[in-house]
Write a protein that binds this ligand. Structure first.
Ligand code: MG
Length: 252
């Protein structure tokens, strides 16, 4: 390396010493050759509450108009308390009315108080979930106090990828997920051409680093991919009054 640097320095000295004008320089000697002027990135501003100006707000406390019941497509049956959305146990999952493909998602969540949990242990501790395209779950669970199989703890890609570390906060605090999701691609014939990928920051800590999704995230078994297009974001009712707030999404 030192030798190469010396050679480059010698060459540079030689070039400077010669009476060469800018127009006579070889292309590789001109800074403009490596400047790319298009496309110009659109300007995005960020609100005081941290929401980018190009984000779609899915929930800010003002209502559930962006959501519907999965079971019958009717009004989302979950509750609002202040600026918080609370899952109504046994009312069923809810999903966005809008369909998405590649996205950046911001969502804040908090498990219920211990007395309101589905169960005191493992998967009963405030289980919910964020399902991309209704199929691929990033787990929501109290993994501060509870113990469960690591590929089913908070921030796991359920039954597929264990988070790199456990960044779950105590029950009294809110958790934040910032997730980058790349949707799977399928050929016209319905064959998988590219799997889905997920990157998760849990409370600002990288816990899933562009992991490959192996198919729908099932409780039992490993079902294969089935071709689909853009699809809603889904939140799971697992029998707990899990809380969510400040949900926004950016289409990529
Ligand atoms: Mg779940």
């Amino acid at each position: 390396m030192k030798r190469a640097l010396f050679a480059a320095a010698t060459l540079a000295t030689t070039v400077i010493a010669l009476p060469v004008t800018a127009t006579e320089k070889e292309p590789w000697q001109q800074a403009q050759e490596t400047e790319v002027w298009e496309p110009v990135p659109a300007k995005v501003t960020v609100s005081e509450s941290g929401v980018p100006s190009d984000a779609i707000v899915l929930f800010d406390g003002s209502g559930l108009s962006a959501w519907e019941s999965v079971s019958d497509g009717a009004k989302a049956p979950w509750n609002i308390e202040g600026d918080v959305m609370v899952a109504a146990p046994k009312s069923g999952d809810i999903r966005t009315k809008q369909e998405f493909c590649d996205v950046q998602l911001h969502i804040e969540w908090q498990p219920p108080a211990e007395k309101d949990m589905e169960g005191p242990e493992g998967q009963g501790r405030g289980n919910s979930g964020v399902f991309f395209q209704e199929r691929y779950e990033v787990q929501v669970l109290d993994s501060f106090g509870g113990e469960t199989y690591p590929n089913g703890q908070a921030a796991s890609v359920y039954k597929q990828h264990i988070p790199l570390v456990n960044a779950t906060k105590p029950l009294s605090e809110w958790n934040v997920y910032d997730i980058i999701y790349k949707a799977p691609r399928f050929s016209d014939a319905g064959e998988l051409t590219s799997p889905a990928y997920i990157t998760v920051l849990h409370n600002g800590v990288l816990v899933q680093n562009h992991v490959e999704v192996q198919g729908p995230t099932a409780w039992i078994g490993h079902p294969p991919y089935e071709a689909h297009g853009c699809a809603p974001l889904r939140l799971q009712d697992h029998g707990n009054p899990s809380k969510f707030r400040n949900i926004w999404i950016r289409e990529l």
